[in-house]
Each structure stands twice: as structure tokens, then as C-alpha cells.
Ligand binder design. Sequence first.
Ligand code: FAD
Length: 57
Amino acid sequence: MKRLIILGAGTAGTMMANHLQHELDTNEWEIQIIDERVEHHYQPGYLFLPFDIYQGS
Ligand SMILES: Cc1cc2nc3c(=O)[nH]c(=O)nc-3n(C[C@H](O)[C@H](O)[C@H](O)COP(=O)(O)OP(=O)(O)OC[C@H]3O[C@@H](n4cnc5c(N)ncnc54)[C@H](O)[C@@H]3O)c2cc1C
């Protein structure tokens, strides 16, 4: 079994893992993704917060 390790489970790492999952033969390749955090949050709307333009209902 070949092992491919992705360092960083942020935007680039999670996209790469999902992409390679479809491209590589999973009987031949094991994909591991390593991060110091257990969760990754991606919400483009977060950008409204530092610029103080969020308008909650
Ligand atoms: C509030 C906000 C809103 C944004 N909105 C948008 C948007 O609308 N559209 C857009 O295109 N972009 C947006 N961005 C930018 C976008 O989030 C970044 O460009 C993108 O996340 C970069 O991806 P990355 O994989 O390089 O880094 P990250 O997503 O930051 O991932 C890096 C990962 O590496 C891990 N890591 C780092 N060092 C170590 C270590 N030593 N050991 C283990 N793990 C480690 C981190 O925990 C992290 O999970 C926004 C950013 C912010 C802050």
C-alpha cells in the first residue's frame, strides 16, 4: 500500500484530499491528512465580521 500524506487540513488540504480520493486507486493508495486542529470551519461570510458589515436578523 502506498501512502500519501497531506500536511494541513485547511482549504487546500481538504480540497486536495477530496480530489485525490477520486483520482487515485484507493486499493493502492492510502490518503492521510494531518492537522494540529480537529475541526476546520470554512464560511465565506466570516469575512463580514472583521470588516463590521455583518447584519444579523
Ligand atoms: C474571515 C475570512 C474569510 C475569508 N473568506 C474568503 C472567501 O470568501 N473567499 C476566498 O477565496 N478566501 C477567503 N478567505 C481566505 C481563505 O480562507 C484562505 O485563503 C484559505 O483558507 C487558505 O487555505 P490554506 O489551505 O492555504 O490555509 P488554511 O485554510 O489556513 O489551512 C492551513 C491548515 O494548516 C494547519 N496547520 C498550520 N500549521 C500547522 C502545524 N505546524 N501543524 C499542523 N497543522 C498546521 C492549520 O491548522 C490549518 O488547518 C477568507 C479568510 C478569512 C480569515
